[in-house]
Design a binder for this molecule. Structure first.
Ligand SMILES: Cc1cc2nc3c(=O)[nH]c(=O)nc-3n(C[C@H](O)[C@H](O)[C@H](O)COP(=O)(O)O)c2cc1C
Length: 184
């Protein structure tokens, strides 16, 4: 794989909000999970916890009870798989270290792990969308996690019914957010 291959994969990814009803084979879900498993994390604590929800009644409950007001529910209901991402905080790395540095390491870890999943899904031709506008307590109840696991996001997964070309979101120029580098 070349650097260009990776950049074209990154360009292919978009937040997919329309899915075909076809199911996603378990072998492909397993590859998404392997991409998460290989993610880096602070002190290698691997604090992510995932719940793969393909059962229709559980998905409907996540849409009806697990989202905050203002979210468009129909497209989320149409996703054949919803993956809940949660964090299990450890005492030293996740509670004490942030008191010293001020950095939320598990939030970083979960972002990296989730994006590994998303990019692996893109490489398999699957569409995904991060869904952060959730009610964590409701999500926890629906996926049957203990209180020690804090839900942080859902990610919808399925076969896209829209193309990345039909969905282009803007990005700020480098000059807005990087210093020490002048783009030619
Ligand atoms: C942490 C996070 C939370 C997000 N939450 C939502 C959400 O609740 N609902 C939604 O429709 N999109 C959500 N998105 C998708 C963003 O709106 C989307 O990534 C952004 O507009 C850029 O578009 P693109 O992903 O198609 O490039 C979220 C993305 C991230 C990374």
């Amino acid at each position: 794989m070349t650097g260009d291959d990776f950049l074209s994969l990154v360009r292919q990814r978009f937040s997919c909000r329309s899915y075909r009803p076809d199911s996603v084979p378990e072998t492909l879900i397993a590859r998404l999970l392997e991409a998460v498993r290989l993610a880096p994390s602070a002190c290698n604590k691997q604090p992510w916890r995932l719940a793969v929800v393909s059962d229709e009644s559980q998905r409907i409950r996540l849409c009806e009870e697990g989202l905050l007001p203002g979210m468009q529910r129909p497209w989320i209901r149409g996703a054949p798989v919803l993956i809940a991402l949660g964090v299990a905080r450890t005492t030293v790395t996740h509670r004490l270290a942030p008191l010293i540095s001020g950095i939320d390491y598990p939030a970083l870890d979960l972002g990296i792990a989730g994006e590994h999943l998303v990019l692996q899904a893109t490489a398999l031709g699957l569409g995904t969308c991060w869904i952060g506008w959730i009610r964590p307590p409701a999500v926890r109840r629906i996926v049957d996690w203990p209180r020690s696991i804090q839900p942080v996001s859902l990610i919808s997964v399925g076969w896209p019914a829209e193309s990345s070309e039909s969905h282009r979101t803007g990005r700020k120029p480098l000059s807005d957010w990087v210093s020490g580098f002048i783009a030619k």
